[in-house]
Design a protein. Structure first.
Ligand code: DGL
Length: 259
């Protein structure tokens, strides 16, 4: 079972980590498209272009059976086009866990942090409007331009990152938000900083387990004959080796590619 997984950078590794811990018999190929990062500040057309080229690369080089779009922004902008263009490929996307967050919240005040492109995308707006009709809840949306760049630099809890988070989170703290959706796969990497700024044990909702479960459901029959997993990491630009090691708690050799 060959699975291609991609994101604009380190973020998708937060999903790979959970996949490595819970799946068996999978060959994973990861592309960090850092040459084009951050996706969240690009146009829909650009993100569709990056996503299509990466998918084609996976098919040509590794004959993938399934694709995991380990990026909320690329899922929002491009998954429809990818499914139309590759109807035979299993394609699994990443979407903000707004529904589980609403169920979990006691105060019924839920925050969502995501990239500008995800929050402006039609997919998210439809989800939010549908859930707002079903549940009595206040949703506090906050785009975090610049946060992905801080994370790529390994600045998880530096004064600059904490000060950005303070500006974005202060209104949520004051409004008694008790649950925050991490609507970008990079953001679990600053989970501790978010809790620190919120000054409470706020519940953070990320989607790596839901995605892993979906991969298992859709790919189980092809995976069951083999035991171990393998992972190869590729990057289209600069990427922090030490951050990769910190996230996956293991050293990986990174192959630089041009797509
Ligand atoms: N990690 C990505 C996401 O889940 C995108 C980050 C970016 O490049 O802006 O949205």
């Amino acid at each position: 079972m060959n699975i291609g997984i991609f994101d604009s950078g380190l973020g998708g590794l937060t999903i790979i980590k959970t996949m490595l811990e819970n799946l068996h018999g999978v060959e994973m190929f990861y592309i960090a498209d850092t040459a084009n990062a951050p996706y969240g500040e690009k146009t829909k057309e650009q993100i569709i272009d990056f996503s299509t080229k990466i998918t084609q690369y996976f098919i040509d080089k590794f004959q993938i059976d399934a694709l995991v779009v380990a990026c909320n922004t690329a899922t929002s902008a491009a998954i429809k086009e990818l499914r139309e263009q590759y109807p035979d490929l299993i394609i699994i996307g990443t979407e903000p866990g707004l529904k589980p967050a609403i169920s979990h919240s006691h105060s019924k005040k839920v925050g969502i942090l995501a990239t500008p492109a995800t929050l402006n995308g039609e997919k998210y707006k439809l989800l939010r409007d549908e859930l707002s009709k079903q549940y009595k809840v206040d949703v506090f949306e906050q785009a975090c331009p610049g946060l992905v760049q801080q994370i790529e630099l390994g600045e998880l809890d530096t004064p600059k990152t904490l000060s950005l988070l303070e500006g974005w989170l202060a209104p949520m703290r004051e409004a008694d938000v008790d649950t925050i959706v991490l609507g970008c796969t990079h953001y679990p990497l600053v989970g501790e900083s978010i809790k620190k700024v919120m000054q409470r044990d706020v519940k953070l909702v990320e989607t790596s387990h839901a995605i892993t479960k979906r991969v298992d459901e859709l790919c189980h029959d092809s995976m069951k004959c083999k035991n171990g997993n393998s992972l190869k990491i590729f990057s289209t630009g600069e990427i922090s080796q030490s951050m990769i090691e910190m996230i996956l708690t293991q050293k990986y050799y990174i192959t630089h590619i041009k797509i």
